[in-house]
Design a protein around this ligand. Structure first.
Ligand SMILES: C[S@@+](CC[C@H](N)C(=O)[O-])C[C@H]1O[C@@H](n2cnc3c(N)ncnc32)[C@H](O)[C@@H]1O
Length: 762
């Protein structure tokens, strides 16, 4: 812990104490400081945060921390059913159900983990309002000075700095009012517009578009539509509003406006060109590529000179092909992932032979719909949301920390950003809600209202829970992270086999990047997994790691199966975080194995490690003795298992043999020329290592994998080593070994286009 950490920890502790007292004050009506003092203090804080932002160099970062309140549900009552309340009536630590507060911002906004401003009510009383999960990446302010808003069922609470304020966690609990909205009291109204006609509002909307103030533009266009426009005006207003909706990424609404404009074009005597183009853009963004292609084809037919439509059609056809056939240009995707910031690829999701089905006590699971072969593509999914932190750039970025006193934990970094992104995307595109809200959310009880007052209801606490249980940590690309992890002076083989499993751990550090992939979220955990995931940017590639029949449940690792952790242990993350005890063959076998057998296994492995470390030049000169020793340990360790390795993979044996082979190879020199262990013995040991993982391999006149075993990273290198040993020991087996190396590579990295660039261990 450095000084920075200590300061942070102390500040968290102080705030925790403040909040700890909050429940004792529930229901109190606090004495509020005078308005001038509240406003002045806020302005000082605002100035301080602006100075901080200006002085921030590339080498430092800001930790934005915030306490998550106890989960509460969003308001599901229509505004018409709520009664107006005033700041003076608010009670501490209370959700004022059945009421709303009309307020106006009297300061500019400050953006930390929330968008904050001081707001007043009609009596002039003031309070701080904190709006969480708003999109602060917009070009325009969310809560600019003078803006009027309605806060539904206001939650008045003690803030961690000891002050009081209104906290809004659900986007649908706040309604921003357009200027001249009739709900704005007369004293707050702007001077009446000279001509509050549809045309005037439309023009004001157009002005906002020119300034890239799309949210304001949408408000104006919506006002225009309420001013009895002519059919022609209506067409234009909705066409223009569809553009603004595209810019704010509200694609459902953009599509609806563009469709209206397209359908009304002929009666409004207007060309349909722009409407069709915007409709296609909305469909593309909603990943509805087939419909997008249809619209663009229609557009091309009527307007053959529209070159933009031509290029957009080419792009949409490429997405449709990816979506339909699951063929991807992986090399190109690596280049895109390396250069794009964030690495969000313009690629489509392919869902292969998989379907969600009931999985007994595991809830739902993902199952194969037909037989698949080891290495086959199951799906290649684009993230619904992806929060990327550039691990290499490392500094200069802000880190959000959400502390959850309820669970004693919290979320840090990109996972907090992922919550915001997901909430935002769903709020803007309610057609996507079921895709996410159907995901596993443990015991959390969501509201069953999907929309109120024409706005979607997105329960932030539900999304938080869904992300906690379903998000995946990810590198910029699995291949790049693998290459980054290995030392440039050594071959792929020597580094990855040393600690293949440990290296994998580093790749999915949720502190950095993470994402939500809805289909992948249905895959349950098993230590004896039969599928693997890899990443290229925000695309997740899932492949089968063994031959599977139709109707097989797909499983992969939520946590690495090594080192073994007792399935029933409360400290096992599967238990503490996901709420289950793994009942796979490995876990069942662990439980069935006596402590004496486990101790024997460990002492044999430790003995082998000591032996290999102590090898000197003289011993290395007698490769057969070394091979005999390794083989002897394998056999002795095997005797501690009750079930065959094809039923219960023997990870301890695999780790021991791989570790020993790597050390011996290193001792033998960089290549296999001065090989310590004769190739024929090498083949024997590698086959024993494969067998420990549960592989069933025929190695006689031909090399045939009858059954694939547990697919850990090091398997790729073992196949490459086997291939190279076969060069000397059994050249006729080389092509088959190379083929299996390539299949294993495809499982680990998601593709085999780059297989040829792998360093040979020879
Ligand atoms: C990411 S979700 C997986 C899909 C989930 N089964 C569903 O019905 O949506 C994770 C949750 O699935 C369940 N789960 C996953 N693997 C399991 C296993 N091996 N045994 C029991 N439950 C499991 C746990 O409830 C876990 O919190």
């Amino acid at each position: 812990m450095d000084t920075h950490d200590l300061e942070l920890a102390r500040s968290i502790q102080r705030r925790e104490q403040t909040l700890g007292n909050s429940q004792a004050r529930k229901g109190q009506r606090p004495a509020r400081p005078p308005r001038s003092q509240v406003v002045f203090r806020f302005q000082l804080t605002l100035m301080a945060s602006r100075v901080r932002a200006l002085s921030k160099g590339p080498q430092n970062f800001t930790i934005k921390s915030s306490f998550v309140p106890l989960a509460y549900v969003p308001c599901v009552a229509p505004l018409s059913a709520l009664k107006k309340t005033m700041i003076d009536d608010l009670l501490l630590e209370t959700h004022h159900r059945g009421t709303y507060l009309l307020a106006r911002a009297v300061t500019p906004q400050d953006c930390m983990t929330a968008v904050m401003a001081i707001v007043e009510d009609e009596k002039g009383d003031v309070l701080m309002a904190q709006l969480y999960h708003q999109d602060d990446g917009r070009t325009e302010d969310i809560l600019a000075k003078g803006m009027v808003l309605i806060i539904k069922e206001p939650y008045f609470k003690l803030m961690s700095d000891g002050g009081y304020g209104l906290r809004v966690d659900h986007l649908s609990d706040v309604v921003f009012l357009a200027a001249n909205d009739e709900r704005i009291p007369g004293s707050w109204q702007e001077p009446p517009r000279q001509s509050a006609t549809a045309l005037a509002w439309k023009e004001k909307g157009n002005d906002h578009v020119k300034e890239s103030s799309y949210r304001s533009a949408i408000m104006c266009y919506t006002r225009a539509l309420g001013c009895a426009p002519t059919p022609e005006e209506m067409h234009t207003i909705r066409l223009n509003r569809s553009l603004a909706f595209l810019k704010t990424q509200e694609y459902d609404a953009a599509l609806s406006d563009a469709e209206f404009a397209a359908n009304s074009a002929s009666s409004a005597k207007k060309p349909v060109e722009k409407a069709l183009f915007r409709k296609a853009q909305a469909l593309y963004s909603l990943e509805r590529y087939r419909e997008c292609c249809e619209v663009l084809k229609e557009l091309r037919l009527e307007y053959p000179d529209n070159t933009k439509a031509k290029s957009e059609l080419t792009r949409a056809i490429s997405r449709l092909a990816e979506q339909t056939y699951g063929k991807y240009p992986f090399r190109q995707m690596y280049a895109e992932a390396a250069s794009l910031q964030p690495p969000h690829l313009d690629r489509a999701t392919y869902l292969g032979p998989v379907a969600v089905q009931p999985a007994g006590s595991r809830g739902r699971g993902l199952f194969t719909t037909r037989a698949v072969k080891a290495g086959d593509l199951l799906f290649c999914e684009k993230a619904f949301a992806h929060a990327f932190v550039d691990k290499e750039a490392g500094s200069g970025c802000d880190i959000t920390m959400l502390i959850d006193p309820e669970s004693g934990g919290g979320t840090m970094g990109s996972q907090s950003d992922l919550i915001n992104m997901t909430v935002q995307k769903l709020y803007r595109n309610p057609s996507l809600l079921p895709l996410i809200t159907d995901l596993h959310h443990g015991a959390y009880q969501p509201v069953d209202t999907a929309a109120v007052d024409g706005q979607p209801v997105v329960d932030t606490f539900l999304i938080r829970r869904i992300i906690a249980l379903n998000c995946f940590g990810c590198p910029r690309s699995t291949l790049a992270s693998h290459q980054h992890n290995r030392s440039p002076s050594t071959s792929l083989t020597t580094t990855t086999t040393t600690s293949a499993l440990e290296k994998e751990k580093e790749k999915e550090n949720v502190f950095y990047s993470c994402g939500l992939w809805p289909t992948a979220s249905y895959i349950n955990h098993s230590c004896a997994s039969n599928a693997r995931r890899s990443f290229v940017g925000d695309m997740m590639v899932a492949r089968a790691t063994r031959d599977l029949p139709p109707g097989a449940e797909l499983t992969w690792w939520y946590q690495l199966p090594w080192p073994r952790q007792p399935a029933q242990s409360k400290s096992n993350k599967l238990h503490s975080h996901w709420g289950f005890a793994c009942a796979c063959a490995l876990c069942a076998d662990d439980q069935a194995t006596s402590p004496a057998a486990l101790a024997k296994r460990e002492s044999l492995a430790a003995g082998l490690r000591r032996y290999v470390s102590s090898l000197g030049a003289r011993e290395l000169g007698n490769g057969d003795a070394v091979a005999d020793k390794i083989k002897g340990v394998v056999d002795a360790m095997a005797a501690t298992y009750g079930a065959p390795a094809s039923e219960v993979p023997r990870l301890a044996v695999w780790m021991a043999v791989q570790g020993a082979l790597v050390k011996v190879l290193k001792a033998g020199g960089p290549g296999m020329g001065p090989v310590v262990v004769r190739p024929v013995r090498m083949v024997e040991l590698l086959l024993a290592a494969f067998a420990a993982l549960g592989f069933v391999i025929d190695a006689g006149a031909a090399l045939v994998v009858r059954r694939w075993g547990l697919l850990v990273d090091g398997v790729v290198d073992s196949w490459l080593l086997l291939r190279d040993a076969c060069h000397f020991a059994a050249p006729e087996l080389v092509p088959a070994a190379e083929g299996y190396a390539k299949t294993a590579y495809r499982m680990v990295f998601g593709e085999d286009e780059t297989f040829d660039s792998v360093d040979s261990p020879r």
